[in-house]
Design a protein around this ligand. Structure first.
Ligand code: GLC
Length: 722
């Protein structure tokens, strides 16, 4: 449609119809046609209102439903404005790839883009127009269950991976039925909730917000994300969806975002619960004033916007602007010409879980696994005759993660299936040993598990945290292995020291006690559909682990928040990080450093960082530095390495991190091969937000290092000249 035609369409709409365009319902409220139609969240609506005036729908599963929804609506809407169909396609529609936190550990933006492209194809075929993805919240506290949804504790990774996902999902032209629009979320600082408790208040300085939380959202807006979702939390006292500074001043004015803002689920109505709105009508007013375009599911826009305009509390122009943003998105998706967009049942059959997509998922699972410890246990011998597969996750199918689509577990390749596919003649003994539920104390199965371990040549011990224990509304006060899993590990490893522990979890866990007894630990996170195949290839070395932690693993929950890019303080704890040093920034009962640091991960081969050189010793603001690091594979098998470049600003007008990741590249090396990895460093990467919230760099000395956080291997100094 032309802009003029859109304008004419808008001008012809009633206030109620305009309010409807800004209202999103759950698909269930449409499809449940036999039940009484109540409308959003039980708000009484005229029986046909759901069909006639609604603007968008969320959560459905396939092309058949997508077409049904669109047909029902278009038959009832006099303006024949197509619905926007939106789904949380977070890491796969049918073929599920690893959770975002695992993908962050791949340190491979291109691999994530490949996975996102696969998910986009399957989602488009299912009739999805918009995905509520990427989630790029900085998370530094694993008590918050949604840490699994973000890529990293480092905003640089979240921004780069988020932008890569936006580009791979939206493509160059949204009207192409194979492309879908992205909604970046949750804006902003949702991951900084007090005490790691979901939905909790966030009190943070503007400087810290701009330094560590906003950059990743901005990277996605700059990459062209067409929607933004404000977060549930109050930010410095005002819930994001009503936070004019956050939404109008920063997002709309500073960043120039002119796309659609859609609230989170019920979040507009929750302004009453927060206590910043006296009633739903005021809530609708506050959200509109903060340029929230769509009210997700609560129905308060539908109930109150027309009256608010009639009463002059909301200018009709504000309403028109919001509606026009929604109409423009629908128009850019080509929905007026093709309301079904990519919905295609034949394409679904062809694409969902196809071999090519399974291969992409499996490769992603292999490259996001992190080898934390390995004392000669892995890879397993090729000629092994029997193996004990033990633990509560040994036969688990729910290895996909909180935001996998409903029913994903039906397609998961389990660990026994994957192992048997690779080793058909292997005798596989399986013992559950114990449960993994919070509060589970039943240890009756441990003896039998230990017996199975004792008689096996090798043991793979599958531990972790149930899929439903991380994700939205899943905060914990202690991020330990739930249930009696540690007792099981002690018994099994005592019975057979030739044991490799494999972990399935969404949040970083405390592994301090496990690390003392386990000779090998492989972190698989929630790997997704090809779990069993990926694990089998990793266990026998067809795939060589190359993941690096995108969030450090704590020794105790009490260390949180535990950012790797910490500042030095005036009394840094003397190294080594053991022992008690009163009057230093330390603990009496624990070392300061994580058990495993950000950027850490082992391989079946080994790498040496042989040389770090800079092409000059100083640069000016317009200059750039060429940094070359020589990395060699000193082992006997091919491997991949995520080469990380860290920076330290030695003196600045505000305290600066002792180590800050400013770039990363992933390389492959044959045994004995060495490569020069080249980074270009510019003044832009040296900037920070100063006390007056200005983004600046300051002349002075800097250090560049390679290695991983807390274990920097080579360091070079250079100067930024005025
Ligand atoms: C949820 C989540 C958000 C998701 C939305 C729609 O509450 O906070 O991430 O996109 O609702 O399902």
């Amino acid at each position: 449609m032309t802009k003029e035609a859109l304008k004419a369409l808008l001008d012809g709409m009633t206030l109620e119809e305009k309010a409807g365009q800004l209202t999103q319902c759950n698909a269930g409220q449409f499809i449940r046609v036999d039940a009484e139609i109540t409308g959003p969240e039980g708000q009484p609506l005229p029986a046909d209102a759901l069909n006639r005036v609604m603007g968008s729908v969320l959560t459905f599963e396939n092309a058949k439903q997508a077409r049904q929804l669109q047909d029902m609506h278009l038959a009832a809407d006099r303006n024949r404005i197509p619905l926007l169909l939106m789904v949380d396609v977070i890491h796969g529609m049918k073929t599920t790839y690893p959770i975002p936190l695992a993908m962050g550990c791949s340190f491979d933006d291109d691999l994530l883009a490949e996975c996102a492209g696969m998910a986009r194809r399957e989602a488009a075929a299912a009739g999805v127009h918009v995905t509520f993805n990427p989630m790029v919240d900085t998370a530094r506290d694993a008590r918050w269950g949604r840490i699994l949804e973000t890529s990293s504790e480092e905003p640089l990774i979240n921004g780069r991976m988020g932008a890569a996902l936006v580009r791979a999902t939206q493509g160059d032209d949204l009207s192409d039925p194979d492309n879908i629009a992205c909604c970046v979320k949750h804006y902003a600082a949702y991951g900084a909730g007090e005490a790691g408790r979901d939905y909790n208040a966030v009190e943070i300085s503007e400087r810290a917000l701009r330094e560590s939380y906003l950059p990743a959202y901005k990277a996605c807006v700059d990459a062209g994300a067409r929607l933004v979702m404000p977060s549930f939390n109050a930010l410095n006292g005002i819930p994001s969806v009503a936070n004019k500074w956050l939404m109008n001043t920063v997002l709309r004015d500073e960043w120039g975002f002119d796309g659609v803002v859609i609230s989170d689920y019920d979040a507009v109505g929750e302004l009453v619960t927060h206590g910043v709105a006296a009633d739903m009508k005021e809530a609708a007013c506050l959200a509109m004033e903060a340029s929230c375009d769509i009210d997700m599911v609560k129905g308060v826009y539908y109930q109150h916007l027309a009256d608010l305009v009639r009463e002059g509390r909301i200018p009709e122009k504000a309403l028109d602007d919001a509606v026009m943003r929604v109409l423009e998105l629908k128009n850019d998706l080509g929905l007026f010409e093709n309301p079904y967009h990519g919905a295609d049942e034949e394409a679904e059959k062809r694409l969902n879980l196809c071999p090519a997509h399974r291969e992409i998922a499996r490769r992603a699972e292999e490259e996001s696994a992190v080898l934390l410890k390995n004392e000669g246990i892995l890879p397993l011998k090729q000629n092994i005759r029997n193996l004990a597969l033990i633990g509560p996750f040994a036969e688990e199918k729910r290895l996909n993660g909180f935001w996998s689509r409903p029913g994903a577990e039906a397609y998961t390749v389990t660990l026994p299936e994957g192992i048997r596919d690779r080793m058909p003649d292997l005798e596989l003994v399986i013992a559950r040993g114990c449960g993994a539920e919070l509060g589970d104390t039943d240890t009756d199965g441990i003896a039998a598990a230990a017996k199975a371990a004792r008689s096996a040549e090798a043991v793979v011990l599958c531990l972790g945290e149930p899929e439903n224990d991380s994700g939205e509304g899943r905060s914990r006060t202690e991020v330990t292995l739930p249930g009696p899993q540690l007792a099981l590990a002690e018994a099994v490893i005592r019975a057979n020291p030739n044991t490799a522990v494999v972990l399935f979890n969404g949040r970083p866990l405390v592994l301090t006690e496990l690390e003392k007894i386990a000779p090998a630990i492989l972190e698989m996170w929630y790997p997704g559909t090809e779990a069993g195949h990926a694990l089998a290839r990793l266990l026998w070395g067809d795939a060589n682990p190359c993941g690096k932690l995108s969030a450090g693993l704590p020794r105790t929950t009490g260390q949180y928040p535990m950012p790797y890019n910490r500042t030095n303080t005036g009394r840094p704890k003397p190294q080594p990080d053991t022992g008690v040093f009163p009057f230093s920034s330390s603990y009496l009962d624990s070392p300061n450093l994580p058990l495993y640091s950000f950027g850490y991960g082992l391989s079946y081969t080994s790498f040496s960082y042989e040389k770090l050189t800079l092409d000059k010793q100083s640069i000016t603001k317009n200059g750039s530095l060429t940094v070359t690091v020589t990395v060699r594979n000193t082992g006997d098998r091919p491997g991949k390495e995520a080469v990380q470049l860290y920076m330290r600003d030695l003196v600045a007008s505000v305290v600066r991190p002792v180590q800050q990741l400013i770039d990363y590249k992933k390389i492959s090396l044959e045994p004995g091969e060495k490569k020069d990895v080249v980074f270009t460093v510019t003044e832009k990467q040296l900037r920070f937000w100063d006390f007056n919230c200005k983004e600046i760099s300051e002349p002075g000395d800097f250090e560049l290092s390679v290695g991983c956080a807390d274990h920097l291997l080579l360091t070079h100094r250079f100067t930024l000249k005025a």
